[in-house]
Ligand binder design. Sequence first.
Ligand SMILES: Cc1cc2nc3c(=O)[nH]c(=O)nc-3n(C[C@H](O)[C@H](O)[C@H](O)COP(=O)(O)OP(=O)(O)OC[C@H]3O[C@@H](n4cnc5c(N)ncnc54)[C@H](O)[C@@H]3O)c2cc1C
Length: 493
Amino acid sequence: MADKYDVIVVGAGLGGSVCAALLAKAGVKTLLLDKNSRVGGKAIGISVNGFRSENWPTFGIPMEAGPFVEAFRRLGIESKLDVAPGSFAMMYRPKGGKWATHVDAPGSKVEDATVNFFDSWGLDPEEREACLNVLAEMAMFTPEQLDELDDVSVQQWIADKGDVPGPIRGFLATHSNLMATGLYELVSISEIARIMQVFGGGGETGYPRGGYGRVVEDITDALEANGGKLLTSTRVERIVVEDGRVAGVETKDEVFRAPIVVSNAGIHPTVLKLVGEEHFDKSYVGYVKDIVPSLGFTSVRYIFSKPVMEHGVYVATTEDSYLDLERLDRMRDGIIPDEIALDGVVPCHFDPEMAPEGKQMLLLGTWCTPDPDGKELEAVHKKIDEMFDEMFPEAVPYIESREGRVGPAEISKVSRDSVLPGVGGEAAGLAVTVGYSGKSKPDPKSPLPGLFFVGHDAGGSGHLASHQAVNSGLNVASVVRFYWMERRSVVRS
Ligand SMILES: Cc1cc2nc3c(=O)[nH]c(=O)nc-3n(C[C@H](O)[C@H](O)[C@H](O)COP(=O)(O)OP(=O)(O)OC[C@H]3O[C@@H](n4cnc5c(N)ncnc54)[C@H](O)[C@@H]3O)c2cc1C
């Protein structure tokens, strides 16, 4: 029987959807399957009691450039991206001091960001200059320098510099959590610098009207408009291998055949479960098992009886609020650090239609282990609630409910299966550390002929979380299309 599809993409997360839609647009017969009833994966949209949002705080699309803009442009739907600007509140508490808030208002210049950070850290002129030098050096790294720094961790880079002021150390450690979803001892300084450079050159940053789920739906609409097929609520149980190469996928009810399968289901589950270790060389299986997961994230939904949160985004940090190896270890034992960073988004600040009239919702959370069975969540949620009450006492009387407490188990449920102990609930995906990022990012072309990976784990680098997944979708679509053309040149389809 002839193959029905040229390419099957498993998973309609950002990476899988972008890749599938671009392949369809290039004339490749493409099938996209997802186990969930809606597309989006970790960026899936939800609707609860008239509120629309993501499951957890998600923010940050530069409006002028970057992978999202590029994907919509290549799909010919650029006018649909529709990113709304909003105000961004940076909250900082110096040691023993009080919270201070500095706001990036919509329309503010990018240079203002440094001034705001430095103001919020309460730096004296000398410290300001030292911090500015560090950030300027990172902004000016050339592509060649960045490649060389792929093997240098943030911690190592800071240590080599010698006398770096405490706040910038805290800033880079925090941004290792925030931008690379990893630990500063392990994340490469080049990844943080690349992300800063992309955001610095991308124009104002905002949130997509209708949410990230809507963005993914626009992308899968483009897939269908270009002749591709989308099946939701369709879990792939197995990737079929025949004669040492990929032959299609098997669901509970059906087998779909194609000579190329692109998996957005995560490298761990794809290799270890959907295909099976027996189809790979032992050393490759060892390499895959060793790829380090990103941090997890856990959050709470605060519902207010009236609009009380003034800004669209809240990032609250202290010099000491980052997760490092030691704090993560203690968290695993249920011991929460004294200081934690908070990340919050108010979707209806950007799009009033995302909340019932007169009401408001804030998604607020922090980083944790990626373990779907993690023991730390109850204590972390208690800490988030305590911090909210201390930071926003004027909003407390208007809290109607604190609900939607989600963490790595829920992340895994909408994205990848947990197939190794302590792994599966990553906020971003895999491969964010030295040795697995930048030029060492896992190859999207697997050693099994016809099998490719797409999404955060492989094929993209130098971008923040969702952007990395989209960047991978753009890159992997090109790699797969070329492979498809090569195959056509030797096999009649
Ligand atoms: C709590 C949290 C906060 C975040 N905040 C931000 C943020 O502020 N900014 C930002 O840029 N990014 C953020 N991200 C990260 C971003 O959402 C992810 O990096 C990105 O969405 C990952 O996309 P992906 O393509 O790698 O795949 P995923 O989103 O992991 O999607 C994988 C898809 O594959 C499907 N699938 C898996 N297995 C199967 C199977 N067997 N059969 C069929 N389908 C299958 C899943 O259902 C899913 O749809 C956040 C993520 C989380 C969890």
